[in-house]
Design a protein around this ligand. Structure first.
Ligand code: FAD
Length: 548
């Protein structure tokens, strides 16, 4: 298979212009990526355009859980719990290295709003609805077992806990693997191509006018169906189409903080209630633990949501309030991110109360917009949209396409039967890293990020001349991502392909000049581009743990 890289971009752009696509998707987040894979695997001619990098919107800024939707239970949305429960099993099956089981501890404290009995019954119902089986079913732990599982919890306050099954992922990696898989099946996907306007024939939408973000060239794509999957920007495109009527988006911001494992050494993922009644996640991952999230209405610049001092204070306070021996300070924050939830406005409801349900808006022009929803439900959302397209193409043009196949399509990077096979592979990769003098902690990182592609990355380290094994690994990852994952800018690599900006920021600080130099060499940057990218990167690194 040919590569998927910046070097192939002009070829991709040429292919955009010489055909009529069955579907043109706007937005390369999880929603757009899921639609692209569903459509192309049913035989539709599929194109996807993304104004920035793939997953640069909300789909790299979530809590990174493939939820069973415990909070929906509180709102009595039983069908939703059953649906997302089924979905997370499927997504785990098609990418077990990337969507892995994660036990979540739900502590019950003296001042918790629900007691042990209510939590026990709730988690049991949750397991039944979500189809959780065998050892994965919830366990209720008494006071001493809870403290043995998580010694940092406050001894005098704790009554017990529930331990239940969730799945952890990396949202941006899931998105890029979907895009790569769609590309493998023939979808034409391109980042840094922004839709600015629509084209109509007899008042019906039949094309999109885009601008290439690298040179401001105009590109036109023609499509039988145009899908607006632009997340928080959905209403902007509906406005361009003059169809922004009825329901609208309500954007809320959610913030996460990253703390080193030494400062916050929890053994488990924990989901705990704080004084204002909200629930907060603590999620250990490799060498750090991250905390999230806030949920506040947002009206600022959607391209640059930032973490305010108030947001950071709230989350630090939440952790300090539950763990008496932990006293987190601003200086403990290694990194952070802020994401925007594209929710659908509901009269009289607060940010936290608004449903996370997805909805499709069909405009008179034919523009189909999809918004709301969750990472977890991406496959079902895609099926809903593509089913509509297929029905329409059959009715209008007598074209026939098959049924949704994505529950059986393995995402790229996956050759594993189950998570046991992933664990065995981590052991194998650990051994290989030891032989290359690379710290073993990178084994889980590599396998969870790249699956079986990790082997290739380690093989390629041999061709990199350096005495520093960590740099050889990083550069091999960079080479891989430049060639196979359409990395065009340093942040594509550091934030969305590797998560290093969040989870390994020390390596970003240490190697960013080497990374910039590699980009200069590989993408033929002139001095102006180099200076601009350097300034952007330095600003992002600085702002990842300074707040105003
Ligand atoms: P996006 O990821 O924002 O993608 C839309 C894309 O469209 C963007 O990349 C944007 O650049 C592009 N675009 C916009 N305008 C244009 C244009 N004119 N031309 C071309 N491209 C354009 N869900 C879960 O299941 N589990 C979780 O743990 C979870 N946690 C969350 C925590 C937070 C703080 C937030 C904010 C959300 C969370 N979610 C979670 C929800 C989930 O992240 C989102 O539902 C999902 O990522 C939305 O994806 P999307 O593709 O619709 O939007």
């Amino acid at each position: 298979m040919e590569g998927f890289s910046y070097k192939h971009r002009s070829d991709i752009l040429r292919r955009f212009q010489n055909q009529v696509f069955d579907v043109v998707i706007i937005g390369g987040g999880i929603t757009g990526a899921g639609i692209a894979l569903d459509a192309v695997t049913r035989g539709l001619k599929t194109a996807l355009v993304e104004k920035n990098d793939f997953a640069s919107g909300t789909s790299s800024k979530s809590t990174k859980l493939i939820h069973g939707g415990l909070r929906y239970l509180k709102q009595f949305h039983f069908k939703m719990v059953a649906d997302v429960g089924r979905e997370r099993r499927i997504v785990h099956k098609i990418a077990p290295h990337l969507v892995m089981p994660e036990k979540m501890l739900l502590p019950v404290m003296k001042k918790s709003s629900m007691g042990m009995l209510a939590i026990s019954a709730g988690l049991k119902l949750y397991d039944i609805l979500a189809g959780v089986r065998g050892d994965d079913r919830r366990k209720m732990l008494g006071r001493s077992s809870t403290l043995a599982e998580e010694p940092l919890l406050p001894e005098e306050e704790i009554k017990g806990s529930g331990l239940y099954a969730e799945y952890r992922t990396d949202d941006a990696r899931l998105t890029i693997e979907l895009i790569k898989t769609a590309h493998r099946y023939g979808a034409i996907c391109c980042n840094y191509l922004q839709v600015k306007d629509f084209h109509y024939r007899d008042s019906l939408i039949d094309g999109v006018h885009c601008v290439d973000q690298f040179n401001q060239n105009e590109i036109f794509l023609r499509g039988r169906h145009i899908i607006n999957a632009s997340g928080p920007w959905v209403d902007e495109l509906r406005a361009i189409d003059h169809s922004l009527t009825g329901k609208k988006l309500f954007i809320t911001k959610g913030v996460h903080l990253v703390i080193s494992r030494e400062e916050l050494p929890v053994k488990h993922s924990i989901y705990f209630e704080i004084e204002d009644g909200r629930m907060i996640f603590l999620i250990p991952r490799d060498r750090i633990t991250y905390i999230g999230t806030t949920d506040t209405p947002f009206k600022g610049d959607k391209d640059h949501p930032d973490v305010s001092k108030e947001d950071a204070e709230y989350l630090l306070g939440a952790v300090n309030s539950i763990f008496p021996d932990i006293n987190l300070k601003f200086s403990d924050i290694e990194s952070s991110w802020a994401g925007l939830r594209p929710l659908i406005y509901e009269e009289g409801k607060t940010a936290s109360e608004i449903s996370r349900k997805d909805e499709v808006f069909q405009a008179p022009s034919g523009l189909m917009s999809i918004a709301g929803g969750k990472l977890t439900g991406y496959r079902k959302m895609a099926r809903k949209v593509v089913d509509r397209i297929v029905r329409d193409l059959k009715r209008r043009e007598h074209l026939s396409f098959g049924k949704c196949k994505t529950s059986r399509i393995q995402l790229s990077g996956n050759k594993f039967r189950n998570y046991q096979a992933v664990s065995a592979y981590i052991v194998k990769i650990t051994k290989r890293l030891r032989e290359c003098n690379v710290p073993e902690i990178y084994a889980a990182y590599l396998v969870h990020n790249y699956g079986i592609q990790a082997n290739y990355i380690i093989d390629q380290m041999n061709h990199i001349a350096s005495r520093d094994p960590e740099w050889r690994l990083l550069k091999s990852e960079l080479n891989y991502c430049l060639h196979w994952e359409m990395v065009c800018k340093p942040l594509d690599f550091l934030e969305r392909r590797t998560g290093r900006l969040y989870f390994w920021i020390g390596t970003v600080r240490k190697y960013y000049m080497d990374i910039l130099n590699t980009f200069r060499e590989r993408l033929d940057w002139d001095q102006e581009v180099y200076d601009e990218e350097k300034a952007t990167l330095e600003k992002i690194i600085r702002s990842s743990n300074t707040f105003t």
